[in-house]
Design a protein around this ligand. Structure first.
Ligand code: 5GP
Ligand code: ZN
Length: 140
């Protein structure tokens, strides 16, 4: 059972102990504006209970995250008149996570902006791909 974690800034923000620009709140989540936005309207979905990352999240709670993300994305598209929107969620330092309380980024995109959510593409041979499929399926 997930709980609030002492000394976690996002636990405090999500539960209103530290003020934020909240755009949406319900019993499970607080959606706030990012303090250092990648673009105008960059928002963060914060669960009110603490999960370090996505691996820790139970299925029932996880099932609530994406419906909220799509609701917010639709509202932000209309409100901000953005040209696109990235939904991004980082797990662990190697993936760019800097605050270790699960959160999902909603990043509005505007033609010509300098937001970088891209990667270099690499080749992958068929054998390697089928080995990867097997390895992942073993863990499901
Ligand atoms: P991460 O790199 O962990 O995926 O994203 C952390 C995000 O949280 C960053 O975009 C950062 O600007 C934002 N952030 C960090 N501290 C605060 C804070 O105190 N308030 C708000 N609103 N956003 C924060
Ligand atoms: Zn937390």
């Amino acid at each position: 059972m997930a709980k609030i974690k002492e000394d976690c800034i996002f636990c405090k923000i999500a539960n209103g102990q530290i003020p934020s620009n909240s755009v949406y709140e319900d019993e499970d989540f607080n959606v706030i504006l990012d303090i250092s936005p990648a673009s105008k309207g960059h928002a963060l979905i914060l669960p009110k209970v603490h999960y370090d990352n996505a691996y820790e999240m139970d299925e029932a709670f996880a099932a609530k995250v994406f419906p909220l993300a799509t609701k917010l994305a639709g509202a932000m598209k209309k409100a901000l008149n953005c040209d696109g929107l990235n939904i991004v969620q980082n797990n662990e330092e190697a993936a760019g996570q800097t605050v270790f309380h699960f959160h999902m980024h909603l990043i509005p995109r505007y033609e010509g902006d300098e937001v970088d959510v891209t990667w270099k593409q690499h080749e992958s041979v068929a054998e390697e791909q089928s080995e990867i499929v097997k390895q992942i399926q073993k863990e499901l």
